[in-house]
Design a protein around this ligand. Structure first.
Ligand code: PGA
Length: 271
């Protein structure tokens, strides 16, 4: 069975003091939440100090970087390599739509970074998603992923995490529907197989997380804005865990609609 994962992408937010408080509060409050793997991705300058807080003995909580360069070292001003972040991180976010858009990263470049991360034994969280919403537009995400993974050994697919993030839902007012996300993820799963966790990302908060994680297709979430509010992020992790436990007990394909009704009821109860 694949694991449930909640990753927080802090982007270019927080200062040292806030980052310390955020990581400390989250750590203290998710200590007993071992049914969900939690990954915090702060700005790179905070990885080293936060690694003192996110102690290695808590197996379900770890740090991730937001980016790496593909080279191990060299004349790349302003960049950091996989070997540099490896000391502190088990994961790295690659191919985020903001990097594709603002830093013109294409699949070839992202592919080099994926290969570099895998070589350094860091697990890439690869973000893919279509730019605009049309009927079946999520197929764009699948073709993006195919390009990102060109030449990556299939044996390594188990070490990847995919985050399906429709670009139109990132930083937006509303997420995609869980049904829409599940459809896209089903297509993506045909590429990566059964072992790779596939998350949903885009406008996730504590009010909507359970709708996503209760679906058998969706293995968790990549959270942006809501990941820099400690209480909100902890709630997301708790509700995700609760919904997955529920799903594991009862989900079968033909029971899906009953379950979705149940989730709505549970959502009301949780809130
Ligand atoms: P959001 O960001 O949750 O703020 O929409 C998601 C992301 O960028 O991964």
């Amino acid at each position: 069975m694949r694991r449930l994962i909640i990753a927080g992408n802090w982007k270019m937010n927080t200062n040292m003091a806030d980052a310390t408080i955020l990581a400390t509060v989250i750590k203290n409050r998710v200590e007993d939440l071992s049914g969900v793997e939690i990954i915090l991705c702060p700005p790179a300058v905070y990885l080293s100090p936060l690694s003192e807080i996110i102690s290695k003995d808590l197996k379900h909580l770890s740090l991730g970087a937001q980016n790496i360069h593909y080279a191990r070292a060299g004349a790349f001003t302003g960049e950091i390599s996989a070997t540099m972040v490896k000391e502190y991180c088990r994961y790295v976010i690659l191919g985020h739509s903001e990097r594709r858009e603002h830093f013109y990263e294409d699949s070839e470049f992202i592919n080099d970074k994926i290969q570099a991360a895998l070589k350094s034994k860091i697990k890439p969280i690869i973000c893919v998603g279509e730019k605009r919403k049309n009927r079946d537009s999520y197929k764009e995400a699948a073709s993006e992923l195919k390009k990102d993974l060109a030449g990556v050994d299939k044996v390594d697919y188990k070490d990847l995490i995919i985050a399906y993030e429709p670009v139109w839902a990132v930083g937006a007012l509303e997420p995609a529907t869980a049904e829409y996300a599940a459809k896209a993820i089903t297509i993506i799963r045909e590429i990566v197989g059964q072992k790779t966790p596939i998350l949903y990302g885009g406008s996730i908060d504590s009010g909507n997380i359970a709708e996503f994680t209760a679906r058998p297709e969706i293995d968790g979430a990549l959270v942006g804005r809501a990941s820099i509010k400690a209480t909100e992020f902890v709630k997301i992790c708790q509700r995700a865990e609760k919904s997955k436990r529920f799903e594991n007990q009862v989900v079968t394909k033909d029971k899906e609609s009953t379950i979705l009704d149940e989730i709505k009821i549970r959502k009301i109860n949780i809130n």
